[in-house]
Design a protein around this ligand. Structure first.
Ligand code: HEC
Ligand code: HEC
Length: 534
């Protein structure tokens, strides 16, 4: 017997019309042997409530497109709210299938990828039509922008929200606007215009086979707090949607970051890997370019998604190119080892006016140089030329560091407590030197990471009075803030929680006067619900 919900939601009230019956005639007409495993799994597990209106078209399910994380969140809800029972394998098959047939095209996910990559402390999307006030106060607007629906489906989603969270308008403090009126009249049409179910991007992407990602790759990445890393990756295809990767990577300091990954590729480009990197368990959220020549994204620690690194892999067989110079700035009057990461780097090497260099070593990922900068060399960007290829603004020459920028400029850390790990905050610093350009205009030249010492200061007089620096947590010399434990602290006034309002201060000493850079850090309470898309 199958339960079926015919009209799921009407006017903000969920109406469950439980119908008794067997599978729809349409699905019986499709030979189950011919249907792919994913379609068969949807038919077997979902069609009891979501009627198969025509072969392969399920009520509600087939009128929206989402990322793999989006499908995972919906299916999680089917299980915990609507009692759907699925084995891990069935769930994986369904997420794979729905992401492939109803996913988002690469250009459609691009603006909101930061949410899939779980980049911490990124400002949310800016969207029109009151969307911030209407939808952006409970969760990110990225969650909205990572879906595509018909206007009718957007309206059903809004009705679901009110049905499921009847206190919604109060909860998100939206009494400043006519929430219900706007949500049910203007918004579905506007959302369908911004995020339409049918799009040329999706037709183009889903209409042709996607490139295999197997092969040899050159990797360059950056881990805030640790710096640049680089090396090679070898990717093998183990099944239609599956890959195994082997990484030979290290930091500029020499510390190894080797590893291996088992990945599933959804929608032909959404790489989701479970990996071991430098001995740590990490998740990979990467995206292959449409031509299959680059894989970019972010990896993060499985148990601390706020800690991770940026990743760019370029095909080793691609056109010759210079990817990065490490370090990216050289001081006048010094000689340093410089690693130039790139593809097909052959021919003479030049680092521009006032510099001299020689090749010390050729590696699979590029060249290792010894570079000297004359003491009177003019500060500014240099173009790196190797044979026929060149890289602009990859390298700078400087006399002194004039300014520091601490990133992110505003961060949120969360206390640990109970079974919940604290949410750390990782800072890193970028140095700049000022170059006077034409007409006396000061142009800041980016130097990349510079050595600093880290410290904490109260953000204001109130934070100083409360002793936030002492209670809220500690800052490591790698720029990682480790929050204190949550819960009442008897050592604090009123046994307050160990929250805090702080400045994170980086200071760089070059000669007598230290220069500093600051960022704002708010240390707040735990967040108990952490879905895949915040
Ligand atoms: C027991 C009945 C039941 C089963 C079985 C069921 N669902 Fe649902 N589904 C619902 C109800 C009720 C809603 C509307 C409320 C909601 O969105 O949670 C819904 C809504 C949906 C939506 C629309 C959600 C949105 O984002 O607006 C999707 C997509 C969906 N289900 C997918 C599935 C998939 C995939 C399966 C099979 C794995 C499935 N459902 C199985 C009851 C069910
Ligand atoms: C009161 C807080 C609140 C407001 C306001 C809110 N949402 Fe949500 N939204 C949620 C919660 C909670 C979930 C997770 C539901 C679940 O899966 O259990 C959610 C889930 C979603 C999802 C994912 C649903 C799925 O299954 O794919 C989308 C898309 C979404 N919201 C869009 C919107 C839009 C559009 C608006 C504005 C019209 C909005 N939200 C306003 C709380 C809110």
């Amino acid at each position: 017997m199958h339960r079926r919900v015919s009209s799921l939601i009407t006017d903000g009230v969920m109406v469950f019309a439980m119908l008794l019956g067997t599978c729809a005639a349409a699905s019986a007409a499709m030979s189950s042997a011919a249907a792919p495993a994913g379609l068969a799994a949807v038919r077997a597990n979902c069609s009891g409530c979501h009627r198969e209106v025509s072969p392969g078209h399920f009520d509600r399910i087939s009128e929206e497109r989402k990322t793999p994380e989006g499908w995972a969140m919906t299916i999680f809800r089917m299980r915990h709210l609507h009692g759907v029972k699925l084995t891990g394998k069935e769930q994986a098959t369904i997420i794979q299938y729905l992401s492939d047939v109803q996913g988002l095209a690469p250009s459609e996910t691009a603006p909101a990828r930061f949410a899939l990559e779980r980049r911490p402390n990124v400002p949310d999307l800016k969207l029109p039509y009151h969307l911030h006030e209407m939808c952006g106060r409970c969760h990110s607007l990225a969650r909205v922008a990572l879906q595509r629906r018909t206007a009718a489906e957007w309206l059903k989603l809004i009705n679901f929200h009110v049905g499921q969270f009847p206190t919604l308008e109060y909860q998100e403090g939206s009494r400043d606007i006519h929430w219900w009126k706007i949500a049910t009249t203007e918004l579905p049409g506007e959302l369908a215009k911004l995020f339409p179910f049918e799009s040329a991007a999706w037709r183009n992407w889903s209409g042709h086979p996607h490139p295999s990602l197997a092969g040899e790759w050159i990797v360059h990445g950056y881990t805030p707090g640790r710096g640049d890393y680089y090396g090679t990756a070898r990717i093998r295809r183990t099944a239609r949607h599956r890959y195994r990767a082997r990484y030979l990577l290290h930091y500029a300091s020499g510390a190894a970051l080797d590893g291996s990954s088992d990945a599933i590729v959804y929608t032909g480009f959404e790489w989701r890997g479970t990996a071991k990197l430098g001995g740590k368990r990490v998740h990979e959220v990467y995206f292959a370019s449409t031509d299959g020549m680059r894989i970019t994204g972010r990896w993060f620690l499985t148990d601390h998604s706020e800690i991770g690194g940026h990743w760019v892999a370029s095909r080793a067989t691609g056109a010759p190119q210079i990817i990065a110079a490490i370090p990216s700035a050289l001081k006048t009057g010094t000689t340093e080892r410089v690693v130039v990461v790139g593809i097909g780097l052959r021919g003479s090497v030049e680092l521009g006016p006032g510099t001299k260099c020689k090749v010390l070593e050729r590696t699979p990922y590029g060249l290792i140089l010894s570079a000297s900068v004359q003491s009177n060399a003019a500060p500014g960007y240099r173009t790196v030329r190797i044979g026929q290829v060149h890289g602009r603004n990859l390298l700078a020459v400087y006399r002194r560091v004039d300014r520091l920028k601490v990133e992110p400029s505003l961060a949120i850390a969360r206390l640990g407590g109970g079974t919940l790990a604290p949410v750390d905050a990782q800072f890193h610093v970028i140095g700049y030197t000022d170059v006077v350009g034409a007409g006396g205009k000061v142009i800041p030249v980016r130097l990349g990471a510079v050595p600093v010492t880290w410290s904490l200061e109260p953000f204001n007089a109130e934070a100083a009075r409360r002793g936030d620096v002492r209670f809220a947590g500690t800052l490591s010399q790698e720029g990682r803030f480790l929050p204190a434990q949550g819960g009442p602290d008897p050592k604090r006034r009123f046994s307050a929680d160990n929250t805090g309002d702080l400045f994170v201060v980086a200071s760089h000493r070059d000669g007598k006067t230290p220069i500093t850079g600051k960022a704002h850090l708010i240390v707040t309470v735990q967040r108990w619900i952490n879905p895949p898309i915040y």
